[in-house]
Design a protein around this ligand. Structure first.
Ligand SMILES: Cc1cc2nc3c(=O)[nH]c(=O)nc-3n(C[C@H](O)[C@H](O)[C@H](O)COP(=O)(O)OP(=O)(O)OC[C@H]3O[C@@H](n4cnc5c(N)ncnc54)[C@H](O)[C@@H]3O)c2cc1C
Length: 324
């Protein structure tokens, strides 16, 4: 079933990103945004594009899947993807190109837009009409509504602003889109992925984050101990990432990940605007900080002015006792 809105004058292409054989959560949100302007076609490319297309074809709200087989698409290089997107737009006259705001989407969409002589619109949070979109500016302190006069609108979509469509229940048709010859101006060398069986930070329902108040990377252990029984993900500020306490992928904020969990617990974080930009849409925000003047208290639903090294272990005890 497709949910067509009253706008529906467009024809949208969503550049799909696959993660471990599944459609990425960011893509599922981008499909929701795309379905507001018209019927949605999803594009998958890579050496196993046929298998990926079969997976994408079951996603709700997708009418058609274009599959492009070519190993030069395997690592999401924008140099290779941009001409392919351009070829798809030319061949099928799409009015919109959407992708999730992930490293992949942020890489690929602006380059494809530039190739077409269009202005990319980054990280939209709402689709007002087929040419008018809402996005945030100045680290989330201003909301801008932009109207694009471009023939084709190229947008990345903020995942936390759009529900994800269901990954199953759809039945799209699958067509082939010929590969464009390899550009070969960039080469993939290697991936270094952190292996983790813990909930994904970007999609977890509960996030516990630590800042400079944690004092060391070793001390993040106490956040992990609280996170485990709550099935929470652990995040961090840029200050602690820069200090080498924890890896980059844990950073929440303007230059890190945007999260909007049901519950965000900030431990030893001052609440700088660049951090808050990445989490202020969380449903319930709680803050533990020794400084009662810390800016974070201004946006917190709950706050404890105390030493986190006292409060966090006490909370863990309570959670464990309740779980029994
Ligand atoms: C262009 C730009 C982009 C940026 N992007 C990001 C971003 O994406 N994400 C991000 O996080 N930051 C970002 N920053 C950095 C940001 O401005 C802040 O410097 C950073 O968020 C501060 O991190 P913090 O809260 O951990 O440290 P601090 O500001 O030093 O705060 C530490 C807090 O811990 C409290 N504390 C200390 N000890 C304890 C204790 N025992 N118990 C309880 N509380 C304690 C202190 O009272 C203090 O409030 C960016 C900055 C710039 C300029």
């Amino acid at each position: 079933m497709f949910r067509f809105s009253s706008l529906m004058l467009g024809k949208a292409l969503v550049v799909a990103e696959m993660v471990n054989g599944k459609v990425s959560p960011a893509t599922l949100s981008a499909i929701t945004a795309a379905s507001k302007v018209g019927p949605v076609t999803a594009l998958v490319a890579g050496s196993n594009a046929k298998d990926a297309a079969a997976v994408v074809a079951t996603v709700q709200s997708v009418a058609e899947v274009l599959a492009t087989v070519g190993e030069h698409y395997d690592h999401g290089l924008p140099e290779e993807y941009a001409p392919l997107i351009e070829a798809a737009v030319q061949a099928h006259k799409y009015t919109h190109v959407f992708a999730g705001t992930s490293a992949f989407g942020k890489n690929v969409v602006p380059r494809a837009a530039a190739l077409a002589g269009c202005m990319p619109i980054a990280e939209i949070t709402a689709v007002k009409s087929e040419d008018t979109f809402v996005r945030q500016a100045f680290a989330g302190n201003a909301i801008t509504t932009v109207k694009s006069k471009d023939k084709v609108k190229y947008c990345t979509v903020r995942g936390t602003a759009f529900e994800r469509v269901a990954a199953e229940g759809g039945s799209a048709t699958v067509s082939d889109l010929p590969a464009v010859s390899p550009v070969k101006s960039a080469k993939f060398v290697e991936d270094k992925l952190t292996k983790s069986d813990k909930p994904d930070l970007a999609t977890a329902a509960t996030v516990i984050a630590g800042g400079r108040g944690m004092k060391s990377g070793e001390n993040f252990k106490i956040l992990e101990e609280l996170a485990a029984p709550l099935h929470a993900a652990v995040g961090a500020t840029r200050a602690v990432v820069d200090a080498g306490y924890v890896p980059n992928e844990m950073q929440v904020g303007q230059t890190g990940k945007t999260v909007a969990p049901n519950f965000y617990l900030a431990c030893g974080i001052s609440g700088a605007i660049q951090h808050v930009a990445g989490m202020k849409d969380s449903k319930v925000i709680a803050v533990i900080n020794t400084d009662e003047e810390a800016p974070f208290f201004q946006i917190a639903d709950y706050g404890i002015v105390d030493d986190l090294f006292k409060v966090v272990p006490a909370l863990t005890e309570k959670v464990k006792a309740n779980a029994k």
